[in-house]
Design a protein around this ligand. Sequence first.
Ligand code: IDP
Length: 157
Amino acid sequence: MVLELTFVVLKPHVVKVPSISKEIKNIIIRNGFLVIRSKEKILNPNDLQMFYGEHKNKFFYNRLISFMSSGPIEAYVLARENAIHKWRELMGPTRVFEAQFSAPDTIRGKFGLTDTRNATHGSDSTESARREMSILFPDFDPIQWLKTNENHFRGDG
Ligand code: IDP
């Protein structure tokens, strides 16, 4: 088994409702993800600028930043085989209309409210995962973690 790390965020409207955040945490566990790091935090403008820098010129940027700083988020480093792809599959499409109509059983299909308030974030590549982890978990070294743990989870460590 080749372990991969991904970075996941439960967005503020989900953290506000304990029954929904509990349900999403159950999805994490049921799908065999290991929780390596977790943190609840109110994101500041500096965190958010680093996190969503690539969207700076998009029409939804200001709305996204004010929503993401409107209350605590929960951030997770998760490990699993094929973690990035698996989480994005569970999460569903970015846009809520598409999620609700074409993937109603996904996290965004069930818990997304609008295109901005679409329940969760999940990294889209190894590079983004590393960049995003470094913002929320600056002391965590994903490369070292994988090196230390790969044999253990292969069952021969
Ligand atoms: P992703 O979260 O599915 O990877 P991205 O395109 O990276 O999608 O967008 C980051 C976040 O920006 C989305 O999760 C969503 O909250 C917000 N966003 C993306 N596209 C739109 C849009 O068209 N309208 C409003 N918000 C959007």
